[in-house]
Ligand binder design. Sequence first.
Ligand code: N01
Length: 546
Amino acid sequence: MTPAAQPVAAGAGRSLFDVVIIGAGMAGLYALHKLRAFGFSARVLEKGGGVGGVWFWNRYPGARCDAESIEYSYSFSKEIQEEWVWTDVMATQPEIEAYLNHVADRLDLRRDIQLHTTVTTMTFNEADASWTVETDRGERFTARYVIAATGVLSAAVEPDIAGSGAFQGVSLHTSRFPKEGFDFSGKRVGVIGTGSSGVQSIPVVAAQAAHLHVFQRSAAYTFPSPARPFAPGELDDLKARYDEIRAEQRASRFGAARLGAFAVMHTGMTPLKAASREEQLRAIEERGVGGAVAWSDTFTDKEANHAARQLYGEAIARVVKDPATAASLAPTYPLACKRPVVDLGYFQTFNRDNVTLVDLRKGGIERITPTGIQTTQGFFELDVILYATGFDAMTGALKRIDIRGRGGALLRDVWDTEGPVSYLGLQTAGFPNLFTITGPGSPSVMTVNLVIEDHVEWIATCLAYLRDHGHRAIEATPEAQAAWTEQTWSAAEGTVFLEPSCNSWYIGANVPGKKRVFLAYLGGIPTYRQQCAEIAVAGYRGFRLG
Ligand code: N01
C-alpha cells in the first residue's frame, strides 16, 4: 500500500496507518475500499464478530429494511449492483447481512478489518497532527486520520428501569439479539418498546409465544410494508433501469424515491382539509391506515396533521376488534414527527388471543422484579423480556469513546454542552483530522446509504487533495461550524419534529439529558450534495488546512 505523502512517525509498539476507520458496517466497508483505491493504508476496527454494522447486530425476529433493497444498497459498483440478486422488495436482515459479507469478499476487504475490537480512546497529537487510537484489546494504532463509520443507530439505549438486572428470566435486546436465534415457544414474553424494532418483532414473537404482553409507552404510526418477494423477471427489469432509479433517488429530497418509510406517506394529491367526511372515510376504507395520511397537507398544516391523526385512529379501530386496545394503539402526538414504521400485520396481531397490549400511558413501569414487570396498573409474570427500546442516535456511539481533540477537549463534553455541533456533519471544530460519516448535522437519518456513499467519496477526495497539496491537517473552523449548526437547527424550527408532544430520537428526546435539537440536516439531499461539492471546489471553504 502506498503511504500518505507525509507519513506519521511510529511510536514503539504502535501500528501505523494513514487512516483508522471505526466500524465495518455499510460506511466502513466502502470507506476502506475507496481509501485503498486512492492509495491510502487503512485499518478497520470493528466491535462485532462480523461485518455488517447495524445489520450484524440487529438480528431480532422480523428484522428487515424499511427502504427498497434496490435503493438500500451500494451504487458505487455497477458490477455488484448487477450481480447481487435480491429476493425481496424490502430485504430482510439475513439478506442484507449476506449482501454486505458478499461485498467484503468481492472487494477483498477482510484482510484490513480487525473484528472483536472496540475502540476505547482516541487522542489527537497536536505535535504531529496524528491520532492515537486505543482498543479494548490493549492495542494502539497511530493514524493521520480517523474516519468514524460508527453508524447513526448503533449505540443502544439501556432503559433506566429499576430492577432490570434482577430479572431471573431471559433478557434480550433487539439490537443484540443472539446470532443463533431464540425460540419463544411456550414462553410468556414481554416486549418493551413499539418503535420500528418492536413493531417488526411483535407479530413474529406473537406467532411463537405462549403469551405476549406488549408494553407500549407511545403508540407508533405504522404502515403496511410493501415487502414481498420479487416476481420472476421483476428484479431484472429494475436492474435494466438502475441508472435512472439511482438518479431519481439522488434527486429526491429524502433519497428514497420509491417505497421507503417516508415514501409510504407521500402519496396524496388532495388536501385533507378540503376532503369531505365521505372522502376521508373512503380513503381509510380502501387503504387502511395509509388512507389516513395520503393527503397533500398533512405534513405542512397542523390542523390537517391533527385530522390525519384522528383518521389514523379510526382506521386502526376498523382492524383491531377490542375497542380499548384499538384506542390505546392510536398515537397522541403529531404524524411524521417520529420516523414512520413499516410493518407486516402489526395491528392484526392484537386480535390474537395470546397478545395483550399494556398501555403504559394508563400506568407506567415501576420496576422489573425477578419474575416479571410491575406496573402501576398491575404485575405481569414473564419468562422473557425483549427490550426494543432504541438508540442514542447519531452521537451516542462517539460519545461512548473518550475522544480527546485539540487541548485535550473531550468530544462528549463538547456535544453535551454545545449540542451536537458539526460542520456539514463531517467534522467538529477542535477535532482535526477526524471525520464522521453520517454525523450529526448531515441528512443521514433521512437516507443512510446515499449519504454514506457521498461522505466516503467526499472524504477520500479531500484526503487526496491534502496529500497532493502537502497538508497534513484539516479542521472545521468554529465560524463555519456555527453557521452550519445554525442552518441545521433553524431548519427544524416550527416543524412537527420539535412539537412538545413529540419525543423522538431525531431530537434526542429518548436519551435523558440530551439536548433537544433536530440532529440531522433537513434541507434535502440535492441541496446538501451541492453545498458539499461547492465547499470542496472552493478549496474546502470553512476548513482550516495546515
Ligand atoms: O427505537 P425507537 P427502534 N419504558 O426509539 C420505547 C431504525 N430501524 O429500535 O416512544 C417503556 O424508535 C419507546 O417509547 P417512547 C429506524 O430508523 C429501522 O424501534 O420513547 N418504553 C419506543 O416505543 C427507527 O426509527 C428498521 O415513548 C420505552 C421504543 O422503546 C430507529 O432504528 C428497523 C422505554 C423505542 O423506539 C429506532 O427504532 C428497526 C422505557 N423505559 C430500526 N424506553 C427498519 O429498517 C424506550 N421505550 C425497518
